[in-house]
Every structure is written in structure tokens, then in C-alpha cells.
Design a protein around this ligand. Structure first.
Ligand code: MN
Length: 345
């Protein structure tokens, strides 16, 4: 975001506005953390602010301050549509294309509001008057912090804002500030958030120590299903509908499973294929280490995308057909995946 844009935006927000803040569909920790962080910040002024999520999100995010105020579009359309219709200002956070909000898309396309985007994904669409897009950022939550900083309002960050932003930075950096997008600036930001009241240890507990027995057993099943493609330094996991049913699957239960594959020594790419329960398609998550771009891979072959080291996609084939197709297309990357990448420790 350029400085003159910020001054413009500040001016635009200097009188009371009806503001709607929207995360992407199937919101994750960064999406919920950033929208609620911004919500608490804008609420300090005379605005009328609401977060509208396209759909529900997992239980482990439902402790965040202000979470109970979020309107879910898919289950409360009437409220959501009237809020969107009245909005002067719409912030879209942690996504950059209306395709990521599904059913809400036509409503946003139809209204005459000012859009502001805060996001760290690649190749943003061009719908926002105010655009803060930076793929080098660890998380949208870190960007919301920098946004408040640019607004000259760091002293307005209270415990609620700090808690939400900390949670999103933690989840988007792999739960432990481990992804390469974690910089010294990220650490300075989280240090400041702790100073401002974020309880890092409790937040970690609330996010990660909430397993049910059936979820742990589903993880056991996923790990049993893990297949190593040694010649590609790649692993994949499959989970079928009946396996999900057997272990009493709930939304969010498979979150993080794909990362176990990456923890195997020498592995560069990990993928999980999960049969969707309601509709007939396979949801895919891709993770990589080093220079292999799963964003490109997902875009080219699986109708998806994301970041260099973390992306999502889908397949409308059966599980067997999907795996066969995957094995065919990964073949092309054999030389790249066999290369040794230098470490600098
Ligand atoms: Mn994010």
C-alpha cells in the first residue's frame, strides 16, 4: 500500500461508515484472525462493522474474541445480504479473487461500495480501490498489523486485536514460525503483540491442544495410508469418504495432516487427497519445501493455487483416477525433485 493511498483511505474512513469485512471460504486461522483483528480495530471508531464469512469454520477457531459476532453467509443469507447491500466499504482479507468466496460473489459484484484488499496470495484480481497485496508477507494478520501501523494507530492495538493477529500469524507460519516467510519483522510484530496482551502460550493451547480421540485416530488412519514416492522425494496421503465416516469426521479435523508428510527426512513435496463428504470431488492440499512451487503445480493440473510452498486444488475424478493422473503429471518434475538443494545452516 502506497503512502498516498493510506492518506486517502484514512480520509475516506474519517466519517462513520457501514463496513463489511470478508475472509475467504473455509476460513483458516489467518482469515478469521485478520478479519476479527481488523474488526476490533475499526470498531474503535464510529463505524458500523461486521465480519461476514462465506461459511462456517472449524471448532478450534471459535474461541477468538469477537468470533460470536461473525455472520455466516451460507446459513444466514438474509442478514448477510442486507449488510452487504448497506455497506459503503468492504474489506476483503486473506484472498484476492471473488472466486474464493463462492456464493457471495454475485452480491459483491452487484454493489456499489469501495473495496479494500489486504492479502498475501499471488496474482491478485483488480477489484479493489485500496490494495495492499504483498506475497512476501507471512500472513494477512501481519499485514493488518502493518496497516494499523501505517494508520499511525499502533497504540490502539489492545489485547483482543493482539490475540486475533497473533493467532493468525502463528497458524499461517506453520504453527511455530517455521515457514520461510517468517522474517525478523514477523518476530518483532509478534513480540509487540505479546507486549500488547497476546498470551502466546494460551493461544497455542487453544489452537492446537483441542484434539478429540476420533480426530487422533483419523490421523492414525491418514498416516497408515501415506505413500512414499522415493524417486520424486514426494509423499501423498489419501482419505476416503468411508474412512472419514469411520472416524466421525468433523470440519477441520484433517487440518495439518499434510504437514506430517513433509516431516519425513528428505521429502520435498507432500500432498493429501480427501474425498469430499457432501459433493463428489476430491479436495487436495499441497505442501513443499524449497523451490518447488506447489502454487504452479496446483494451478497447472488441479484447478487450484496458493503460495509457493502451500497450495490447494481439486479433482473431479475418482480417487484412483486422481492418483493415477497425479503420478503421470509429477513425472515431468522428476529432475527438479531429485536435485539437492543447498542448505545454509
Ligand atoms: Mn493467509
Amino acid at each position: 500500500m502506497k503512502m498516498n493511498d493510506i492518506q486517502d483511505l484514512k480520509k475516506a474512513l474519517s466519517s462513520p461508515k457501514n463496513i463489511v469485512i470478508i475472509p475467504h471460504k473455509n476460513p483458516d486461522g489467518d482469515a478469521i484472525g485478520s478479519t476479527l483483528g481488523l474488526y476490533h480495530y475499526l470498531n474503535k471508531f464510529d463505524h458500523n462493522v461486521k465480519v461476514i464469512a462465506p461459511n462456517d469454520y472449524p471448532e478450534f477457531l471459535k474461541w477468538m474474541p469477537g468470533e460470536e459476532t461473525i455472520v455466516k453467509f451460507d446459513s444466514d443469507k438474509e442478514t448477510a445480504i442486507s449488510l452487504i447491500d448497506k455497506a459503503d466499504f468492504i474489506f476483503t482479507l486473506d484472498f484476492n479473487s471473488f472466486n474464493r468466496i463462492d456464493e457471495m460473489k454475485p452480491y459483491l459484484e452487484a454493489i456499489n461500495a469501495t473495496f479494500a484488499m489486504i492479502d498475501h496470495h499471488q496474482q491478485p484480481d483488480d477489484y479493489a480501490t485500496y490494495m495492499y497485496s504483498d506475497v512476501s508477507m507471512s500472513s494477512t494478520c501481519q499485514m493488518v498489523y502493518h496497516f494499523i501501523e501505517q494508520m499511525n494507530d499502533l497504540e490502539k492495538i489492545d489485547k483482543d486485536i493482539a490475540t486475533c493477529l497473533y493467532a493468525g500469524i502463528l497458524t499461517d507460519t506453520g504453527g511455530s514460525f517455521r515457514f520461510p516467510s517468517t522474517t525478523s519483522v514477523t518476530h518483532r510484530v509478534v513480540a509487540d503483540l505479546i507486549d500488547k496482551g497476546a498470551n502466546n502460550s494460551e493461544i497455542h493451547n487453544a489452537l492446537y491442544d483441542t484434539n478429540s480421540l476420533s480426530r487422533l485416530q483419523l490421523l492414525g488412519c491418514a498416516l497408515k495410508n501415506l505413500v512414499v514416492l522415493k524417486e520424486y522425494n514426494t509423499v501423498y496421503i489419501t482419505l476416503t469418504k468411508s474412512e472419514l465416516q469411520q472416524y466421525d469426521f468433523k470440519k477441520g479435523d484433517t487440518e495439518g495432516f499434510v504437514n506430517y508428510g513433509l516431516s519425513l527426512k528428505g521429502i520435498k513435496v507432500a500432498i493429501i487427497f480427501i474425498e469430499n463428504q457432501a459433493e463428489d470431488y476430491i479436495k487436495i492440499s499441497f505442501r513443499s519445501k524449497g523451490s518447488f512451487s506447489v502454487n504452479e503445480f496446483a494451478r497447472n493440473y488441479f484447478n487450484g493455487g496458493g503460495h509457493t510452498n502451500a497450495a490447494g486444488g481439486r479433482s473431479d475424478l475418482t480417487m484412483d483416477e486422481t492418483i493415477n493422473y497425479f503420478k503421470r503429471v509429477i513425472e515431468k518434475y522428476k529432475p527438479q525433485l531429485q536435485q539437492n538443494e543447498e542448505h545454509t545452516l
